[in-house]
Design a protein around this ligand. Sequence first.
Ligand code: SAM
Length: 211
Amino acid sequence: MGRFDEERSEMIGLLRDRLITDEKILRAMGTVERHLFVPEPFTNRSYEDNALPIGKGQTISQPYTVAFMTQALGVRPGDRILEIGTGSGYQASVLSVLGAHVFSIERDLDLLAAARKMFDRLGYRIATKGGDGTVGWNEFAPFNGIIVTAGAPDVPAPLTKQLADGAKLVIPVGDRKSQALLVLTRQGEELIRREIEGFKFVPLIGKMGWQ
Ligand code: SAM
């Protein structure tokens, strides 16, 4: 038994209670050791359903939010998924364990270096890039899904252009304090839009984000 195994399975129970129904996601989140992505002095609180500080004014997202966004994205093994906002690397690791080919962009190079180190330690093969993710990663487009883990003032146009047909962009959009989660599905030239209220993310800062 690992140090936090019991806490992690309690967290999975809690996600089930909150209507996360995708067993593959519950299994992946039961596998990835969230406490390895949460720095001291917060490590002991890793399996609470809360966002926690990771340094540089940033956070690791709440487990429910990670599960909800991953479920909204509809990931299948072999999908090419772009994540904007690597942060601690936890969300990217969950996507990788689900069998996705993950491409992740982070603007803070110190956070990215720490996440990179953890991916290498755990053997997760995740492609990363330092810089502004609001312009996407054209070189590897189109993607089967794009997930933005910081709150944007609007949907960055380059990201919608990098979606494959049938793919989803999951992105919190609103003001700096609270956002709605938008799920945009590309169908040919059209974008089908679903909106879920009540999320709170750190700001997406960049050319097509906040200044
Ligand atoms: N997905 C992360 C995890 O699993 O820990 C949580 C990310 S945190 C809520 C949001 C991250 O987005 C921060 O690390 C922040 O530096 C990053 N960020 C903000 N604007 C960005 C941009 N334009 N491009 C890339 N990363 C950005």
